[in-house]
Design a protein around this ligand. Structure first.
Ligand SMILES: C[S@@+](CC[C@H](N)C(=O)[O-])C[C@H]1O[C@@H](n2cnc3c(N)ncnc32)[C@H](O)[C@@H]1O
Length: 209
C-alpha cells in the first residue's frame, strides 16, 4: 500500500502518478533520492537508449520519465527470473511496457584480465549505442567489486558523452570500483551526488578511452 511507504517514496510516487503500489522493498529497492536523480536526468537529457544493471523501481521510474519526456527506452538486465517478472508486471500495470523491457540475463562466468566475476550474460542485448547506463546490480554480497565488470563489458557500447550512474557509491567496494574505472579509462569525468547511499555520476569521454 502506498500509504505504508516511507514519505520520500510517497512524494515521488505522487508526482509520477504511481497510485496503486510499486514493487518496493526497504532493503533492496533504490533509494527515493537516487530514483529522483534518475527521473531528473531522463527528463532533462532525454537519452534515447538507457541500459540498467538490475531491475525494479529504477526500471519503473525511468520508464515513467521516458513516457513523460516522450522519448527514450529502458533496457534492464536482471539475473533473477522472479524479480524480472515482478518488474514486467509492474510496468504492465502502469501501461509502461512500451517504455521499458526487462531482459533475463543470468550471471555467468566473466573473465576480465586475470580475474573472474559473476556478471550478466549479454546474449539477449541488442547492439546499439547506450546513452545512459545505470548500475544498481549485481548485489554486492556476491563477490568483491561485484559491479566492476559494467564498464569493461559495456565500454564498446557506450555512446560518446554517455551518462553513467552508480548507486550505493558510499560503500568501500563501489569506491574501489570507481577508482579502478578512472584509472583504466582516462578522460572519464566524475561527480559525486550526495544521496543517502551515495551516487557517482560519470561522463564517458567524447573519444573512446
Ligand atoms: C539493489 S537490487 C536492485 C534494485 C532495483 N534497481 C530497484 O531499484 O528496485 C539488485 C538485485 O538484487 C536482487 N534482489 C532484489 N530484491 C531482492 C530481495 N528481496 N532479495 C534478494 N535479492 C533481491 C535482484 O536480482 C536485483 O536485480
Amino acid at each position: 500500500m502506498i500509504e505504508d511507504y516511507p514519505e520520500a517514496y510517497r512524494e515521488l510516487c505522487d508526482r509520477l502518478g504511481f497510485d496503486r503500489g510499486i514493487p518496493f522493498t526497504e532493503k533492496w529497492s533504490a533509494g527515493a533520492d537516487f530514483l529522483q536523480i534518475l527521473v531528473d536526468q531522463v527528463r532533462e537529457r532525454k537519452p534515447q537508449r538507457i541500459l540498467e544493471c538490475s531491475s525494479g523501481l529504477t526500471t519503473l521510474f525511468m520508464a515513467r520519465a521516458c513516457q513523460l519526456a516522450g522519448t527514450g527506452r529502458v533496457t534492464s538486465l536482471e539475473n533473477g527470473p522472479a524479480f524480472a517478472q515482478a518488474t514486467r508486471v509492474a510496468l504492465e500495470g502502469y501501461g509502461l511496457e512500451a517504455w521499458a523491457e526487462v531482459l533475463d540475463a543470468p550471471l555467468v562466468e566473466t573473465p576480465l584480465g586475470d580475474q573472474c566475476w559473476q556478471w550478466y550474460d549479454l546474449a539477449a542485448l541488442e547492439a546499439g549505442a547506450i546513452d545512459m547506463l545505470v548500475i544498481d546490480g549485481p548485489p554486492g554480497f556476491l563477490q568483491p567489486l561485484s559491479r566492476y565488470p559494467a564498464l569493461p563489458r559495456l565500454a564498446d557500447c557506450l555512446a560518446p558523452g554517455a551518462l553513467i550512474l552508480l548507486d550505493d557509491a558510499a560503500r568501500p567496494d563501489e569506491k574501489a570500483i570507481v577508482a579502478r574505472w578512472i584509472a583504466e579509462y582516462p578522460g572519464i569525468e566524475r561527480r559525486w551526488r550526495a544521496t543517502e547511499r551515495g551516487c557517482v555520476e560519470l561522463r564517458w569521454p567524447a573519444q573512446r578511452p
